[in-house]
Design a protein around this ligand. Structure first.
Ligand code: ADP
Length: 547
């Protein structure tokens, strides 16, 4: 017998319709590329998204067509999110930090029909245009006619102005209702492990993920919150905030392209932001600025930090010096992205000081909807004792079931688990801790050493700005940890002093064999350390040292 309840497919358009109706005047504040603040509301955004859907129809966009965006966080990008998915086309967010050749590869691979770009990316668009002319019919710059970039596009590729198109369109568009499993948006992993792979989200996965990330023990955004996503809308849909915030009726504060400490402080304080989210590098920059300027963050309550392991010093600094709580989260493009989130339980609610920090360093507990397990090389499940580590696998309704064109099939098991490529432990309370990427783990004499843990300790040294641990080949132990460090401005690195910081914090045999001082460390387009490149350069360092 079926239940007798109404059957409403989970549609992304229902989010913006809800916000427009029930939080009509809640604001979206955007720092524009021109520098000024732009203010609009959910009601106006929903109307503009309908107008944009008419523009897209006029440009020949049909269900399932891919429409690419190359844009910072801002109100026009939000209109694209809702219009493109809402009309049953697929919103493909592009990461402008990728190399031009990778961008062209991704656009061609996805078969994007149109490209909407912020004017700041005009030179990049011009550079890749010849490579993408077979698929992209037109480039639409997200600006008014006065700000249109003066660039030449190949024949057959139109150069269009967003606001001119919007002015010429009407709002006579009714959001269609269709199969909730239909594709809604597309995001490529940054390709740190080979060619970029496309993850194709559905309406159903997006709506469920947005509901899940806003549970009380997760983002917990309320109608009275003022949420500033620093994480870009091209990085796994800004972790779902552009969907979850309108669901809750929270004010959205969009930072545009200036993500340095001074710009963020001004925006956070000027707009009284209460919650913000981003990767550790952003918060390092913010911390340095706050300490140097003496400014405070009087309205901010919480930062959500994920994308890479959050170093302990960020928890310490923000929580004790600035009164901003830090929530550690884990996820990946393939998991929409949120998989785990670290908040306290009744069993550990009283933790303080060192014990609390130690817990917060973990990546957190699985959200309802996500199941996880750790397995050894033979696929056998490992115990949840906080000691055993294994390959982390996850499953759930917002976890990918395959990549866009079937590549990378080995990550998806026949019994429905997705292999994340991360190595983790899980403690008896269900807190998961990432110890490594499978490919970065250091196998020393058959035992595994966590590069992440060693890096976190290294950056707590007052002279170290950034650190990377890589597996260096060793004649006796196969691999040993090698520490690469970047010094803070005006600091000298004393190798022996750096290594002393490991005393008492890790087992003796975990201490790196050597320290190499470098000017800078390479990063991927999503801000992660490019360990493959580092390994290529430094893999033989210990062998050479041994003579
Ligand atoms: P990429 O394309 O670079 O893999 P993702 O954003 O999908 O981009 O990266 C996901 C990976 O980032 C995870 O598999 C994990 O290795 C790492 N990661 C994400 N959050 C954390 C975290 N809180 N701590 C440690 N690693 C993390």
């Amino acid at each position: 017998m079926l239940g007798l309840m109404q059957d409403h497919p989970l549609m992304i358009s229902s989010i913006i319709r809800h916000a427009a109706r029930h939080h009509a005047s809640a604001e979206i504040v955007s720092k524009t590329t021109e520098g000024a603040l732009h203010r609009t509301t959910y009601a106006a955004t929903e109307a503009r998204a309908r107008r944009l859907a008419r523009v897209l129809q006029g440009l020949g966009i049909r269900p399932e067509d891919r429409v690419a965006t190359l844009a910072w966080n801002g109100y026009r990008h939000l209109e694209l999110y809702y219009a493109v998915s809402g009309m049953q086309a697929i919103c493909h967010t592009l990461n402008p930090r990728l190399a031009p050749a990778d961008l062209a590869y991704i656009i061609n691979h996805a078969g994007d029909a149109l490209l909407f770009a912020d004017t700041t990316f005009a030179p990049l668009v011009q550079a890749i245009a010849p490579e993408i002319r077979k698929t992209v019919r037109a480039v639409v710059f997200l600006c008014g006619p006065d700000s249109m970039p003066d660039i030449a596009l190949p024949e057959g590729m139109d150069l269009l102005c967003y606001e001119t198109l919007m002015d010429a369109a009407d709002e006579n568009f009714a959001w269609p209702v269709f199969d909730e499993r239909a594709a809604a948006s597309l995001c490529y992993t940054s390709g740190t492990t080979g060619n970029p792979k496309g993850v194709l989200y559905s309406h159903r996965s997006t709506v469920l993920h947005a509901m899940a990330i806003n549970q009380a023990d997760v983002f917990a955004m309320r109608a009275r919150d003022r949420v500033l996503p620093v994480v870009p809308m091209f990085h796994v849909n800004a972790w779902g905030i552009p969907y979850a915030a309108p669901m809750a009726g929270s004010t959205l504060i969009m930072p545009g392209r200036h993500l340095d400490g001074a710009s963020l402080t001004a925006l956070m304080n000027g707009e009284r932001a209460t919650i913000s989210a981003g990767v550790p590098t952003i918060w390092m920059g913010l911390l340095m600025h706050l300490r140097a300027s003496g400014e405070r963050l009087p309205h901010m309550q919480r930062f959500v930090i994920g994308g890479s392991a959050c170093p302990r010093m960020l928890f310490e600094a923000f929580q004790s010096e600035f009164g901003v709580r830090i929530d550690h989260a884990w996820g990946m493009t393939e998991t929409s992205p949120l998989g785990t989130y670290n908040t306290l339980k009744s069993t550990n609610a009283g933790l303080e000081g060192e014990a609390l920090l130690r817990l917060q360093e973990k990546q957190g507990r699985a959200l309802f909807g996500v199941d996880m397990r750790i397995v050894n090389d033979a696929g056998e499940e490992q115990p949840w004792d906080g000691e055993h580590t294994g390959h982390l696998e996850v499953r759930g309704p917002w976890v990918a079931s395959a990549y866009f064109d079937g590549q990378g099939a080995e990550a998806f098991s026949a019994d429905g688990w997705f292999a994340t490529g991360d190595v983790a432990s899980i403690d008896p309370d269900g807190y998961m801790e990432i110890t490594d990427r499978s490919k970065d783990v250091i196998k020393s004499g058959g035992e595994w050493i966590s590069s992440i843990q060693l890096e976190n300790i290294a950056v707590s040294h007052p002279d170290v700005a950034e650190a990377a641990i890589i597996a260096a080949t060793h004649p006796k132990w196969d691999e040993r940890p090698l520490l690469l460090v970047v010094a803070k401005p005006d600091r000298e690195i004393d190798k022996a002093d750096i290594l002393r910081i490991y005393d008492g914090k890790v087992a003796r045999w975990w201490v790196p064999d050597d320290v190499v001082v470098v000017d800078a460390l390479p990063h991927t387009a999503t801000g992660k350390l490019q360990k493959r490149a580092l390994r290529e350069t430094w893999r033989n360092h210990l062998l050479q040292q041994a003579g």
